[in-house]
Structures are given as C-alpha cells and as structure tokens.
Unconditional design. Structure first.
Length: 357
C-alpha cells in the first residue's frame, strides 16, 4: 500500500522512482554506491526494493541512531547478522555457509538463527574478519554479497573511523563484497567520503540521488493512495500538496493518518510537526553551542538575510559577534541538510517545528 508508513520493499508499493530504481539496480555489485537525499525522500525504500528485486544476499545495518562505542556497533552488527540469517533461506546455501564460517571466528556465538558478536577488546573479532566471512560466502556461492549501511553519516568518532578503515580495506581486497551507503545529512556524508584524512578517501563510488516529488506527482500519489483505501478526502489534498512540498515521507504520513481516522489537516500536521520537533531536539542535544537553537528560530521567522540574521543574534545575546560565529552555525545546519545555501529550510515541516523551539 502506498500509505504504509514503513519502508517499502517491493516495486508494487514504491511510487514512481523508476529511473532511480533502474540505476541503483544496475549499480548493485559495484564496490561502493552512495544513495543520498533529504530525509523522508525514499532512500531506504529505494534500496530495499532494489535489493529484493535483485535477489542478491544482503546485510542491512541501520545506523540511524548512531553509535559511540564498540558495544553499540557490534550490537548493531549482531542484530543485522541475525536478520541476514533469518532471510537467507531464499539464497540457496548462503545460510549454511555463513553460519559455518562465522561460528569459527573468536567472539562469535550462534544459537539457532541468532548471531551474537562479542564487543570486549580481547574477545571481539576484527571488522575486517567479519567482512571477510561475507566475502567468502560470496566466493563460495558465486554471488556478491551486498552490505548496506543506512544513514552512514552517523558513523562518527574513533569507532566510526575504524569502520571506515575496515570498509576501505574490504573495498581493496574483498572482491565478492559490494557496499551501499545511504545518507540524508549530505554535508556530513560527503565530508566523510571526500576528507583526505579519511581511509575511504580516493575510493571511487557511484551515486543515486532521491528527490522531492513535483506538484503533479504529489497529487497523483495522494489520489492513488486514497483510491487504494477507498477513503475520500476532497480539496484538502491540494493543501497537503502545497504544504508538504513533495517530500514523499510526509505525504505518506499524511495519507496514513487520514486513512486512520484523523479529522482534519491541522491535526495531522500537528502530529508531523511534533515528530519533526523531537528530531530537531535530538539534533540540538548533540550541539555544544546553544546558538543553533536561536538561529533555527530566527530562520523559521523568516530572517534569512545575513545582516539581519547577525543583528538579530547579537540582539539576543547582547554582544557583538564575529562573522565566523554565525558562519559556523549556518554551515553546521547546511551540513546536516536542515537548510540550503540560501538559508531556507529544506523541509517545511521542520520549519514549523523550529518555530516551536
């Protein structure tokens, strides 16, 4: 169903994006593919659909919550390996081969379909050893194994750097692995890939970018979704298209809540804004400077011109500030794709949420 709020995993439920799907499907099996785009523009759905259509074995590692320690990273890997084993029956002998190989590694235990990887320094396997097992699975089955890192920009800090180094090593030496990384905070994502000091620097990669829907596509998406469910909405659909600016995740969210019985557009928007505000608060909690919150509120009020914005920030703090202070805050917001180069919000719902900070 088009209004299913979970990531789509089949072409039947994936609206349009035919060109993007065709391109990504062609790239699967290449050493490294980057899927980038704003939040809620369908990256995860695109990747899962391409993977399921390809019928290639894949490991999907969800980094949306990030990780700051070996324990957190290896817990994510354990969960992802266990999910890999659960669906591996569709890929012939992949399950049998993988379990046999991975159980030989130090620090790895297997109970049924559950794989547990130890994170203690003296017991954990190296990341390269884990990738090596997947590479050997590919070699023995004659099929490349796809390793997906969703929201790859969240791989920060010393542990993230170790992950980058392991991927770079696999890129060079594991011929039966193919990496796909996705990211919605484009400045951070490409900052990893294009940083000369990062182990991944210089590795060639292919790109697929998701996009906002046009006004016509947005209308078509909502009308088709409501036809599927037999719900009649009327002219409110036009307002939803205008305010949600072609972001398919918000259009889906709106359709899902309407079908679930929400009375009017404002009640739906209030829920969406509440969700976006929680995400903004999470972003702000990771910032040392409290100026981010002030600048977001000022931008949401429509103060986007540099001079006015700087004066407004100075009035708030009661002191003169150097240009660099404001520049660093704006650059931080751009890196995380919250605003564009014209200091405008990339997402209208996030703009409404920023007004409530």
């Amino acid at each position: 169903m088009l209004f299913d709020p979970r990531p789509k995993a089949s072409r039947r439920d994936l609206y349009d994006f035919e060109e993007e799907l065709k391109t990504l499907s062609r790239y699967l099996g290449e050493p490294l593919t980057v899927v980038s785009g704003l939040r809620r523009t369908g990256k995860t759905s695109l990747v899962l659909t391409a993977l399921n259509e390809s019928d290639k074995p894949y490991v999907f590692i969800d980094l949306r919550e990030g990780f700051a320690s070996w324990r957190e990273l290896y817990s994510l890997i354990s969960r992802s390996f266990s999910e890999f084993v659960e669906r591996a029956s569709r890929w012939g002998k992949v399950r049998e081969i993988f379990l046999k190989l991975v159980s030989r590694l130090r620090g790895v235990s297997v109970l049924g379909f559950e794989v547990s990887v130890n994170w203690l320094p003296e017991k954990r396997p190296l990341l390269g050893e884990l990738f090596g097992v997947l590479d050997e699975v590919g070699e023995k089955t004659g099929e490349k194994v796809i390793v997906v890192f969703d929201e790859f920009q969240r791989s920060q800090g010393p542990v993230g750097a170790s992950l980058h180094g392991a991927i770079a090593h696999s890129y060079d030496f594991h011929r039966n692995l193919s990496f796909v990384v996705t990211g919605s905070e484009m400045g951070v994502l490409y900052g990893i890939l294009e940083n000369p000091e990062n182990p991944l620097y210089g590795r060639a990669y292919l790109e697929v970018k998701t996009r906002k829907l046009s006004r016509e596509e947005s209308l078509d998406f909502l009308n088709r979704g409501f036809e599927e469910t037999g719900v009649k909405v009327g002219s409110e659909v036009e307002r939803a298209v205008e305010e949600l600016d072609g972001i398919i995740g918000w259009l889906t969210y709106y359709g899902y809540l309407k079908v679930s019985g929400r009375d009017n557009f404002e009640s739906v928007m209030n829920e969406a804004v509440g969700l976006a505000k929680r995400e903004l608060e999470s972003f702000l909690a990771r910032r040392v400077s409290r100026r981010y919150r002030v600048v977001l509120k000022l931008l949401a009020e429509g103060i986007t011109e540099w001079g006015r914005l700087k004066r407004a920030l100075e009035n708030y703090e009661g002191v003169e500030l150097s240009d660099r202070v404001l520049h660093e805050v704006l650059q931080g917001l751009r890196k995380h794709s919250i605003i564009d180069d014209e200091n405008k919000f990339t997402d209208p719902v996030v703009k409404r949420a920023a007004q409530l900070l």
